[in-house]
Design a protein around this ligand. Structure first.
Ligand SMILES: [Zn+2]
Length: 392
């Protein structure tokens, strides 16, 4: 969670925009949505089904903006008309938001989305992509999960009974409808089936299998796949000041999840320095240079306990990647170019006999560091044992 905020330091996006072209990848979905508008086939209740970090909520927002744009282009909203400006700031009077919320400690009333709309706008405008967990952490201590309470359905019905303020379409964007309880969901059924004229429901779900079958049968499915790796890499490179080699690895490991990719980039930053420390340890151990091992201990021992543990985790991962490298299955190896350069030469030293004892040695050191062991002694002891394992 901390990384989520630290990362903002080199985050380049700050303009307020919610256009199709600002969304990473998803060209097929975008075309499908645009075509439905051009052909006048706009479903009254659509289910945007896509996993975390797929951009499903952003697609719903861009679609809602496009539906109401006063001078739409062939492939996107104009971005400058009065409707677009309000939509982009998430303050359009006919584009409504429903999302899970958390009951305040000691409060008698169950909350509704409007109670948290300010926080929701802030998170969405600032990060664009975020997970349910990140949203819950933004409005609580991060230990509770949110719900869409039954009272929300009454609010929705009331809002939809009002005349459109100015727009062609009144749009109700319900994020994570699977977090709505059955009472609330049942109250919505009738209006989902026969919504008032020019009303569009966009249900943005990460787990559509958890929705009531009666809700599912009343919605038209818009399937949103994970973001393809190239588009995700491009989006990360445009947004963050990091080398393309890092954004590509982060994107590949994230398997199309933008939120995960940003977390991976955070970890990459946190791990800068780990690679050099790992390479130094391995070189000193297999060349049996005790003085180099002592120098290595002097570099690693002063780190904080958490950082040392993260480094040991990283080292276990690197050993595993080196071992796998021997089987020439490059699709299983997730490394930066520098790491891969090292591993390609180092892998021959890692085999069936030593991969396990080496990993166990690192795990033991991890446990001792966690139990407040003296870092110098623990690390030196671990490294000396490793020297003999290279001969195995
Ligand atoms: Zn416009």
């Amino acid at each position: 969670m901390i990384g989520f905020y630290v990362f903002l330091i080199f985050d380049r996006i700050n303009q307020i925009r919610m256009l199709f072209r600002d969304i990473a990848g998803q060209n097929i979905v975008k075309e499908q949505l645009l075509r439905s508008v051009k052909e006048g086939r706009i479903g009254h209740a659509q289910l945007f089904a896509g996993g975390e970090g797929s951009g499903s909520l952003l697609l719903a927002l861009a679609y809602a903006q496009y539906l109401n744009c006063l001078s739409p282009l062939a492939d996107d909203s104009c971005g400058v008309c009065s409707s677009c400006v309000k939509a982009a700031k998430l303050v359009h009077p006919d584009i409504h938001f429903v999302f899970p919320v958390i009951k305040k400690e000691g409060s008698k009333n169950t909350p509704v989305s409007d109670d948290y709309i300010k926080e929701y706008r802030e998170l969405l405008l600032e990060h664009k992509y975020f997970s349910a967990q990140q949203w819950f952490a933004a409005i609580s201590d991060g230990r509770k999960s949110g719900l869409i309470y039954a009272d929300e359905s009454s609010v929705i019905l009331r809002k939809l009974s009002l005349k459109n303020f100015e727009a062609k379409y009144k749009v109700m964007i319900i994020w994570l409808p699977e977090r709505m309880n059955d009472t609330g969901a049942n109250k919505l059924l009738k209006i989902l089936e026969e919504p008032p004229a020019s009303t569009v429901f966009l249900l943005v779900s990460e787990n559509p299998q958890l929705l009531l079958s009666t809700i599912l049968s009343r919605t038209q499915l818009v399937n949103i796949p994970p973001i393809d790796t190239d588009s995700l890499t491009k989006a990360l490179s445009a947004r963050f000041d990091m080398p393309e080699s890092s954004t590509r690895v982060a994107a590949r490991l994230a398997k199309g999840n933008y939120v995960k990719a940003v977390q991976n980039l955070d970890a990459t930053k946190e791990q800068s320095g780990f690679f050099d420390m790992f390479a130094m340890l391995m070189r000193s151990c297999y060349s049996r240079k005790i003085f180099d091992i002592i120098k290595w201990v002097e570099i690693v021992a002063p780190l904080t306990r958490d950082k040392t543990k993260a480094f040991i985790d990283y080292s276990i991962g690197m050993l595993r990647e080196s071992y796998i490298y021997n089987f020439k299955q490059p699709e299983l190896v997730y490394l930066t170019p520098a790491e891969e350069g090292f591993v390609s030469k180092f892998a021959v030293f890692i085999n069936d006999k030593n991969i396990e004892p080496m990993t166990e040695g690192l795990q033991l050191a991890y446990a001792h560091i966690e139990q407040n062991g003296n870092a110098r002694i623990v690390l030196f002891d671990m490294a000396i044992k490793m020297v003999s394992m290279f001969k195995a």
